[in-house]
Write a protein that binds this ligand. Structure first.
Ligand code: NAD
Length: 355
């Protein structure tokens, strides 16, 4: 039986996780995946109970699981804790312990929300981008790093380093994803200035030989930042390094409006962790007003990438689109003339549409 670890976490994490699970159970009822759900406490609430943000038992469950669903972690209550005990450490530890090297962040605009974007309708209408970000290498992890004494002052050092296997595996994730979409990959680098990304371009080009059916282009990161704002519809899959992906995925996401709508997946070769892009939103936690759509769409990504059921994922996405089309909104995307729903009402409405 496929095992799904539920790391609901803190703040609105448990609230939105509940709605995602509601949808997964409904899909399971129709398609008989036989999902088994096991709670794996993480974050500040795990610290309160067990004294650490990622208890060994939770890590064990995550390692055994076929897929992990994470709500969100963090909050002001735990901000003064020593760095190693902070809730966010659970996330970083899960990523590294599970070898989740590929972060997938779609930025698709639902038609009815076109006016929630800060860009003009004619620029953003119909965008559907997937940013594939390398997650465990590059300048965020390279050695040497640190701040040291230097010629009477100080010197800060970070190192941008990539190896051929690291680039190959992320390129494959991007090409495979493109095959399930519009078949286009744009690899983003700074090969005109940085040798490590000159290697990036060379390796991505080499891997492309195995994917003749996918179209590959290359773009410098400064141009990519500009093109995302100027003409985002030109992109299908963007594959890039850890730091460039960190920045470009936020820019791409914001083309679509609210953070409460954005799902993500982090993949290793064999396992996936799925989570909404947003945090624990302490300002609205406990009020039942968080938008669960990011969590529900993360569950849809789980069906595509961990359970090879893109058709089931599409059913969920279509249900979300239909609910929005009928004018239902949570507070974060509410506008005059639409109907405001609570977290559980929105989850229930998507479920009803699915049925
Ligand atoms: P946040 O994403 O939690 O909230 C930013 C703003 O967006 C807030 O005004 C919040 O109310 C709103 N928002 C977020 N999700 C929403 C939703 N689903 N529906 C409606 N509104 C929503 O970011 P933050 O305030 O910078 O961080 C809060 C805490 O979350 C911090 O402790 C931070 O470290 C943590 N965090 C965790 C993750 C994660 O678990 N992956 C990611 C980012 C931040």
């Amino acid at each position: 039986m496929p095992l799904i670890a539920l790391c609901a976490g803190d703040g609105i994490g448990p609230e939105v996780t509940e709605e995602a699970v509601k949808i997964l159970k409904l899909i399971d009822g129709k398609r008989n995946f036989g999902f088994e759900f096991v709670d794996a406490p993480v974050g500040g609430s795990a610290y309160d109970r067990f004294g650490v943000p990622l208890p060994p038992e939770s890590l064990e469950i995550a390692k055994k699981a076929d897929a992990i669903f994470l709500g969100a972690v963090g909050g002001p209550k735990w901000e003064k804790l020593e760095f190693s005990l902070r809730p966010e450490r659970a996330l970083l530890a899960l990523r590294s312990e599970l070898g989740l090297f590929a972060n997938l962040r779609p930025a698709a605009l639902f038609g009815p929300l076109v006016d929630a974007s800060t860009l003009k309708r004619e620029v953003v209408e119909g965008i559907d981008i997937l940013v594939v970000r390398e997650l465990t290498g590059g300048i965020y992890f390279g050695q040497p790093r640190g701040v040291e004494d230097y010629e009477g002052g100080k010197r800060g050092v970070n190192t941008l380093v990539y190896t051929t296997p690291e680039i190959e595996r992320i390129a494959r994730v991007a090409f495979e994803a493109a095959r399930k979409r519009k078949g286009k990959v744009c690899s983003v680098d700074k090969a005109n200035v940085l040798e490590s990304t000159e290697l990036w371009r060379e390796v991505v080009t080499g891997v492309h030989k195995d994917y003749g059916d996918v179209e590959l282009s290359h773009m410098y990161v400064d141009n990519a930042a500009m093109q995302l704002i100027r003409n985002p519809r030109q992109f299908d899959v963007i594959v890039t390094t850890n730091m460039f992906g960190d920045i470009l995925s936020d820019a791409a996401a914001m083309l679509t409006g609210s953070i409460g709508m954005l799902p993500s997946a982090s993949l290793s070769g064999t396992k996936g962790m799925y989570e909404p892009v947003h945090g624990s939103a302490p300002d609205i936690a406990g009020q039942g007003i968080a938008n669960p759509i990011a969590a529900i769409l993360s569950a849809a990504m789980m069906l595509t990438y961990s359970f090879n059921a893109p058709d089931a994922a599409m059913d969920i996405e279509k249900s979300v689109a239909a609910v929005l089309d009928k004018g239902y909104r949570c507070a974060d995307i509410y506008t005059d003339g639409t109907t405001k729903l609570s977290t559980s009402e929105m989850g229930g409405m998507v479920a009803k549409e699915l049925e």
